[in-house]
Design a protein around this ligand. Structure first.
Ligand SMILES: [Fe+2]
Ligand SMILES: [Fe+2]
Length: 268
């Protein structure tokens, strides 16, 4: 089980909420109304790990290894929600607990391998966004929090990558589905950013006060058309590894999908 090794690795890498984030050093004067609004939205978006966990444990019913790992992922994502909520509380911003159940969603059942691929890509993308916020946030403790969360999201992506490798070794037929989902996820823009919290119907962010907040933040903090290059590079590296070819561009990914599909017409 990958879980045994991941448990130790993630335990070693883990940061402490009460020791590693200097809440006493927060300077509320540096945090604008707009940033408070945006942090509230990000904090509530992280809460969606709860609904995603429910989905994982349902859709990966027979995969005891992956469900075991999800216990760690759930804990760490809820910690992301908590650290942002604690930060906001230091600014005098609070959430009404009784209003949170209204945000709750139940995701429709989906093919496990596509869900896994979507989350691998989503963690890469979120790490990229959080890194930008860690560089451009107005307040030092906020910047540290986003840097810390970005590192967690990248580690999560590495864990999902391990489960994708395992899936392909156990059942090579799943490769075309992984590649197609990766291509779909890579076709993302600031106006229609793809992440597990934006792509379902209804989506997690659609439940929030300002559903377009991600688009707006991306246009402010990652305005360039090519800013996704690091995300593409990391996703293509894994897709190349899984399919045994070098992939440097989305075109290479598309070519490989066509080759793999023509070799395995029954998978179409
Ligand atoms: Fe997170
Ligand atoms: Fe994550």
């Amino acid at each position: 089980m990958l879980y045994d090794d991941l448990f130790i690795r993630l335990e070693r890498a883990r940061w402490q909420l009460s020791e590693d984030i200097p809440f006493d050093d927060i300077d509320p004067a540096l945090v604008s109304e707009q940033w408070r609004h945006d942090l509230r939205h990000i904090c509530l978006t992280e809460l969606s790990a709860l609904y995603a966990t429910e989905m994982f444990i349902r859709d990966f019913y027979a995969d005891i290894d992956f469900c075991s790992f999800i216990s760690i992922w759930f804990y760490e994502e809820m910690k992301h929600h908590l650290v942002l909520r604690k930060y906001l509380e230091r600014l005098g911003e609070t959430f009404e607990e009784s209003e949170l159940p209204a945000l709750r969603l139940t995701f429709a059942p989906g093919p496990a391998i596509e869900t896994l691929t979507m989350h691998f890509c989503g963690e890469q993308r979120l790490a990229h966004w959080y890194t930008a916020f860690s560089e451009q946030g107005p307040e030092p403790v906020m910047r540290l929090i986003f840097k810390t969360l970005a590192a967690d999201e990248l580690r999560h992506a590495a864990c999902y990558a391990k489960y994708l490798r395992k899936a392909v070794i156990n059942k090579p037929d799943v490769l075309p589905n992984i590649l197609r989902m990766a291509l779909w996820m890579l076709r993302s823009t600031n106006d229609a950013p793809k992440h597990p919290t934006t792509v379902t119907e209804p989506s997690v962010v659609a439940q929030l006060e300002e559903p377009e907040y991600i688009t707006r933040m991306l246009n402010w903090y990652l305005p360039g058309r090519d800013h996704e290059k690091p995300v593409q590079r990391r996703v293509l590296a894994l897709m190349g590894e899984l399919s045994g070819t070098q992939m440097l561009s989305m075109r290479d990914l598309l070519t490989t999908i066509r080759t793999v599909e023509s070799n395995a017409p029954q998978a179409a």
